[in-house]
Design a protein. Structure first.
Length: 549
């Protein structure tokens, strides 16, 4: 219960709303709202003398719900058990890591932003937190001296706790990779993870670190993470990561596990070493004869209420018979056709520009036929351009110098290429006895991991960025906290979905965020009480479910 407190400083009375809490076993006054001197306080009271006065309100729903899930999964106890204990400013290390996980879900930001964010929530009230001590220095110290082995043990223990409570099968698991750019300086030698590589956000100029992750097919739950150097490609990491998973997946049995992954991991050696079953995409460039199967021979099947064109056969790939499913996508066809038209237009513009130079007397361009042919070859270096754009060179009658490059678009060749190659995709598997529907359905469920990666790059929820750490140890702890937050949000979404609340994960978090707790002063009293603000029907129904967890 809060009460008014008066302090006299240099003879002037100052008023504030204070609530007594125990911190480290000792009672301590916590200021909820500061009103100023007596004159200002009197004005506040006069303005609200005829009604109850809302003194302060805080965001409550999202943090409260996530804490309920953390309690359900015994997260703090697991962190206490798996990571060496440490206390700072009266807070256990496990509590500090959990608070960072909540921040990454509710309001992604730097450790410097944490203090400002937490003061807008009821977390200080729920946890009796000394908010003035929750500085970036506090969290940096709490993140110190946690090694990779401890983080993996904690992650495994939390996932095992989830698997013991929920029916998430590990028979079909999706594997994928992504990377995150950083602002780590080129001269910084403290990070071996941060390397330059092909960045998926097109920031090839920055150093990056990469993340491999597997997830369950039905819940989109992040399972076992692996952080590695930003310059490693997927093919290199695949064997390394699948080897690590043997010791991390409980009751590992390769005979019942099916890995689902994209074609970027495919090499002959990787498929030969893979002990489990698999379904993966595969480049048609390794078996071009499959392009000769005309789209008219494809047949329709229904998957998830949608019609999919496909063709199934068994063929030898890399010295082994594999079950192949060709699929045709109209949207993929349209995208590839658009790209082809753009490439044709660019090539035409380049040839026209070349002709302008050839006819410009001030131009220093070489008009030698061999030199022009070399330029044309460069212009037509995009795929299919040499087949579709037919060029001819017109030379001067007097000598062999080129004066004009002509071209025509062979529409017949263009149409043949589009029909033969566009819109087609190949999946391969060792499941010879599975139906085509089951193969396609399992592969398409892989998009759950893409949703996870999109979530970790969302600026409003569950983001791994921004990260302002410059050592590998801190980067690993930071990603652990972010994935822990995402795990809590995923289980919360799963619980609410099973109870009939249909909304996306982010819509759910936004709805919960708008549930606020406020402190109200009675019009005839000097004490304040805290209550939930008025909620709409959707929030009321949501809150009842949260209370029942």
């Amino acid at each position: 219960m809060a009460s008014l407190q008066k302090k006299i400083v240099k003879g002037i009375e100052y008023w504030s709303l204070v609530e007594s809490r125990r911190i480290n076993g000792k009672p301590r006054p916590i200021v909820i709202e500061y009103f100023g001197n007596t004159k200002k306080f009197a004005e506040i009271l006069m303005n609200g003398r005829n009604e109850n006065k809302v003194l302060k309100s805080y965001s409550h729903g999202d943090t409260f719900a996530l804490l309920k899930i953390a309690e359900l999964l015994s997260v703090e106890q697991i962190l206490d058990d798996k990571i060496k204990p440490k206390t700072g400013n009266g807070l256990k290390r496990s509590t500090s890591l959990l608070l960072l996980a909540l921040q990454s879900v509710c309001k992604p930001g730097s450790k410097s932003d944490f203090e400002a964010w937490i003061k807008t929530t009821t977390l200080p009230y729920e946890y009796n937190l000394p908010t003035e001590s929750l500085t970036c220095r506090h969290f940096w110290k709490q993140m110190d001296n946690i090694d990779e082995t401890e983080l993996a043990a904690a992650e495994d223990a939390i996932i095992n706790e989830i698997l013991s409570k929920y029916n998430f099968g590990l028979d079909k698991i999706a594997l994928d990779y992504t990377n995150y750019f950083s602002y780590i300086s080129s001269s910084n030698e403290r990070s071996e993870l941060a390397k330059r590589g092909r960045n998926k956000q097109k920031r090839h100029d920055l150093r990056q670190f990469s993340l491999a992750l597997i997830t369950t097919k039905d819940s989109g739950l992040p399972l076992y993470s692996h952080i590695y150097e930003g310059n490693k490609n997927d093919q290199t990491v695949f064997a390394e990561y699948t080897g690590i998973l043997k010791s991390r997946i409980p009751d590992y049995d390769p005979k019942i596990i099916t890995f689902v992954f994209d074609g970027g991991s495919n090499t002959k050696a990787n498929l030969e070493k893979l002990e489990t079953h698999y379904i993966c995409s595969f480049s048609l460039s390794y078996c071009k004869e499959l392009y000769d199967i005309d789209i008219a021979e494809y047949y329709d099947i229904e998957i998830g209420g949608k019609t999919v064109k496909c063709y199934r056969l068994t063929t030898e790939i890399w010295d082994k018979d594999r079950e192949c499913v060709l699929t045709y996508s109209q949207s993929l066809y349209i995208g590839q056709a658009k790209e082809l038209d753009e490439n044709i237009a660019k090539a035409q513009d380049s040839i026209n520009s070349l002709n302008e130079q050839l006819n410009n007397p001030k131009s220093r361009i070489s008009k030698d036929k061999a030199s022009i042919q070399s330029k044309i070859k460069t212009i037509l270096n995009k795929k299919y351009m040499c087949d579709i754009l037919k060029t001819h060179i017109q030379s001067s009658v007097k000598d062999s110098t080129v004066i004009y490059v002509g071209y025509t678009v062979d529409e017949n060749v263009k149409h043949h290429i589009m029909r033969k190659y566009f819109g087609k995709k190949l999946l391969i598997t060792d499941h010879m006895n599975w139906t085509t529907t089951e193969i396609l359905k399992t592969y398409r469920e892989q998009d759950c991991i893409e949703k996870i990666f999109r979530a970790t790059k969302d600026n409003d929820h569950c983001a791994i960025r921004p990260q302002f750490h410059y050592t590998d140890q801190k980067i690993r702890v930071h990603i652990f906290c972010c994935l822990l937050g995402l795990t809590l949000a995923t289980i919360l979404h799963y619980e609410l979905s099973n109870r009939g609340f249909n909304a996306s994960k982010f819509q759910l978090l936004d709805n919960l965020h708008s549930i606020r707790r406020c402190w109200i002063k009675d019009k005839d009293g000097s004490r304040a009480t805290n209550v939930l603000e008025s909620m709409n029907d959707s929030q009321t129904a949501l809150w009842k479910i949260i209370q029942s967890l």
